[in-house]
Design a protein around this ligand. Structure first.
Ligand code: GTP
Ligand code: MG
Length: 599
């Protein structure tokens, strides 16, 4: 048996490679219809084409069982990778043969080294037209040298591959047939688990799945001993508290699914049903001999925001779950499976402080709730300070030369320190250290400023003394003064004021943000104003045909757009931006008072 995790920067082809490994090891029946990226089984994963949750699968190769864990590559889910590494004895480090090692490559490799794991380097996507596998290999070697590792760790095995096309080779000149060279490398390089099957059972819970029928399913690698269906075991948590539980069902991974077994032995990755209140990081051990295995600390959340019940005039018209009790229960339940997420009560029963690892992390949670028919409002995400210190990020930006100046000024505005600048033949790579709060909204704005050409990568980089104010959004917004339906006529007349976020026919309310002001400062407009009947001309021409389409935001874009006095209203079908205080005169008074206070 072998236990291996696949780690890499986002999009370097992990899930695609697992597809091919499943296919070539005969995991599917001959005529079975299998969709692409079969491991990205969650709706949101398919929609976005990214892996969010690590997932296990297993294949048989020449009589050996290989448990494979596919991990997410996006930095917001990096904490997940760290826990997953507890379950394996080796990793496949995938590196895109064109892009080379990226920010997250370094992060996951460091985590693998910290656990003393031996990587097999897979230079992947060698089929890409401008692939430069040999240079990328050199870059990988120098990346390895950046770490404090021993010489023998530098003797890693390399495989060149195209996960998509289903081949791997030892040498670039070899015949490109199938993935056998990769499977062989796994069997030869990755040690078999070394647990003692005769010792007392020992397992650290590395992940939890939630199933609406059976409840929580604890997942982990059985380090030592055996576990049996029906067995009584002890469970010990971080605080040293111990309790007893019974194993109702014991499952192991088998191709794409899990199969129930009577018994599992040391080395195997198992899923256990029956632990009602299990938490990630707890240790399962012999009933009479409780033990605790130290687990890596969970990465601290870096940003937080407020989730609150929807109190807009349209509340309850689109979603079913609107009560604060439901929202609270649902949010707390999420923290059971997602240890990087933190939910806290606030002074108000209607709002909860939710902290996570980035806007994508929070955005995914928001999307999940929308799909479960929830309605709620979310505030501007703020970074979490440690006393006087604030979280910093290492930021790498790649752009064509002509945009380099734009990037420099945008990052300077956000108090970024330029650490490195390198011209790679017309492409400029810049490296900065920036306060994390300066990054909220940066990606979208960089994309617009560089016509989508910027490649931005970020990596958490510790804490530094607070850098002082960073200017917020430059533009003000257009706030509707009246409730009703947006009218084409009114929007047409307002078109010079700035971009709109609503289209004719959209239901709006007073205090809702209907567009951006092309200047600083907010303005109040009336997009519900229809054409006076006396003005109607007989031509029947419709201004709607000459309105530019409204700007449509994704959940993350909403989060990155709003300022402190604004909210994102989330329903299953709509995302609306609004002022926290809807009443115009109240809002004006607050603004006046604030101006006075500043003076
Ligand atoms: N040319 C080429 N493209 C590939 C190859 N493998 C994957 N891709 C493409 O790269 C993109 C990302 O592939 P995924 O397998 O989802 O990447 P991933 O590493 O699992 O991504 P995350 O889980 O989000 O980190 C997809 O568009 C794939 O079609 C390959 O071998 N060659
Ligand atoms: Mg993936």
């Amino acid at each position: 048996m072998r236990n291996v995790a696949i780690i890499a920067h986002v999009d370097h082809g992990k899930t695609t490679l697992v597809d091919q490994m499943l296919k070539q090891s005969g995991a599917f029946r001959a005529n079975q219809e299998v969709r692409e990226l079969v491991m990205d089984s969650e709706d949101l994963e398919r929609e976005r084409g990214i892996t969010i949750l690590a997932k296990n699968t297993s294949v048989m190769w020449k009589g050996e069982k290989i448990n494979i864990v596919d991990t997410p590559g996006h930095a917001d889910f990096g904490g997940e990778v760290e826990r997953i590494l507890q379950m394996v004895d080796g990793v496949l480090l995938l590196v895109d043969a064109f892009e080379g090692p990226m920010a997250q490559t370094r992060f996951v490799l460091r985590k693998a080294f910290e656990r003393g794991l031996k990587p097999i380097v897979v230079v992947n996507k060698v089929d890409r037209p401008h692939a430069r596998p040999l240079q990328v290999m050199d870059e990988v070697v120098s990346l390895f040298c950046d770490f404090d590792i021993e010489d023998h760790q530098l003797e890693f095995r390399t495989v060149y591959a195209s996960g998509r096309d289903g081949w791997a080779v030892q040498g670039l000149g070899d015949d490109r047939v199938d993935l056998a060279p990769l499977f062989n490398a796994i069997i030869e390089e990755i040690p078999a688990p070394d647990g003692d099957p005769e010792a007392d059972p020992l397992l650290s819970v590395a992940a939890i799945e939630y199933d609406s029928y059976v409840g929580r399913i604890a997942i982990g690698r059985l380090q030592d001993g055996k576990l049996k269906k029906g067995q009584r075991v002890s469970m010990t948590n971080r605080d040293g508290k111990t309790r007893k539980e019974s194993i109702e069902k014991l499952l192991v991974y088998d191709n794409l699914g899990k199969v129930e077994v009577e018994e599992a032995a040391a080395g195997e990755i198992v899923a256990i049903v029956g632990f009602a209140s299990v938490e990630i990081g707890e240790t399962v051990a012999d009933a009479e001999n409780p033990k605790f295995i130290e687990v890596p600390p969970v990465e601290e959340p870096t940003i937080s925001t407020i989730f609150m019940i929807n109190n807009s005039p349209l509340a309850g018209t689109e979603g079913k779950n609107v009560q604060s009790r439901k929202l609270r229960e649902r949010l707390f339940r999420e923290t059971e499976c997602d240890v990087a997420l933190r939910v806290e009560l606030t002074g108000s029963a209607d709002s909860f402080k939710v902290s996570g690892r980035g806007t994508l992390h929070l955005g995914i949670l928001i999307e999940k709730l929308r799909r479960e028919d929830f309605e709620f409002a979310v505030g501007k995400p703020e970074v979490i300070l440690h006393g006087n210190e604030e979280p910093m990020e290492r930021v790498f930006v790649d752009v064509p030369e002509e945009h380099a100046g734009t990037v420099v000024s945008m990052l300077a505005r956000r108090k970024g320190d330029l650490l490195d600048l390198e011209n790679r033949g017309g492409h400029v790579r810049q490296e900065y250290r920036v306060p994390a709060r300066g990054l909220i909204g940066l990606r979208t704005r960089l994309m617009t400023a560089t016509r989508g050409e910027a490649v931005v990568q970020t990596l958490f980089d510790g804490y530094s003394p607070h850098r002082g104010d960073i200017p917020g959004r430059k533009n003000g917004v257009q706030i509707s003064m009246a409730p009703g339906k947006a009218m084409a006529y009114a929007l047409f007349n307002l078109k010079d004021r700035g971009t709109h976020f609503v289209k004719p026919g959209d239901v709006i309310y007073a205090g809702m943000i209907v567009g951006e002001n092309c200047r600083p400062g907010d303005i109040v407009t009336n997009p519900t104003k229809g054409k006076k009947h006396s003005n109607v001309r007989a031509s029947g021409s419709d201004e709607a045909t000459i309105l530019s389409p409204p700007r449509v935001f994704s959940v993350e874009e909403c989060l990155e757009y709003v300022e402190g006095d604004e909210l994102v209203e989330v329903t299953p079908t709509s995302l609306r931006l609004r002022k926290r205080i809807l009443d115009e005169s109240a809002r004006r008074k607050i603004e006046r008072d604030r101006a006075k206070a500043v003076k």
